[in-house]
Design a binder for this molecule. Sequence first.
Ligand code: ZN
Length: 203
Amino acid sequence: MLNLESEIRRLETNGIDMLHFDVMDGAFVDNITYGLPILEGVRRATGMTLDVHLMIADPLRYAERFAKAGADIISFHAESSSDISDTIKAIRKSGAKPALAIKPATPAEAVYPYLEMLNMVLVMTVEPGFGGQSFIPETADKVRLIRNRISELGLDTDLEVDGGINADTAGTVINAGANVLVSGSYLFRADDMSEAAGLLRKG
Ligand code: ZN
């Protein structure tokens, strides 16, 4: 964390497409990470697409502030206390792209009513709250259901997976229809980040 700027340079020089920024509030999940001032600093440091994942209890209250702080994409949880449609609209109005996230126990159907309003759906492939967890295999079925629904509706919605993604699990989620892969521990611990990212892309 205290070498954030040099770590961001590593992402840039190793051809990573986006920077995924996990915000946890100690209420929606049992952990606290960081918030607006750090995001503003990251925004000043890089031109990378900033994919902000809000694991917070009331995302509607903060959506505009995260957009102003530099988020390009804002994901929030269907399980949060905010009204889903209102939050999607608030994110769009503030200039960011809205994405709806669901936890492993939440059914695929929870996102169906909102697909036409969203740029992306985020399927959590571990329980949100901590990094370094193992991929939950059953979540791939949900990715497949949502990808089928997106295709049936003729949309080009991105489908992101987050949690336990590495060279062993990437193939499963790509085959299921995911096209945005979040990877933390696997990439940052790799000896060669560029090669590790290439293995993820290959699935
Ligand atoms: Zn995340």
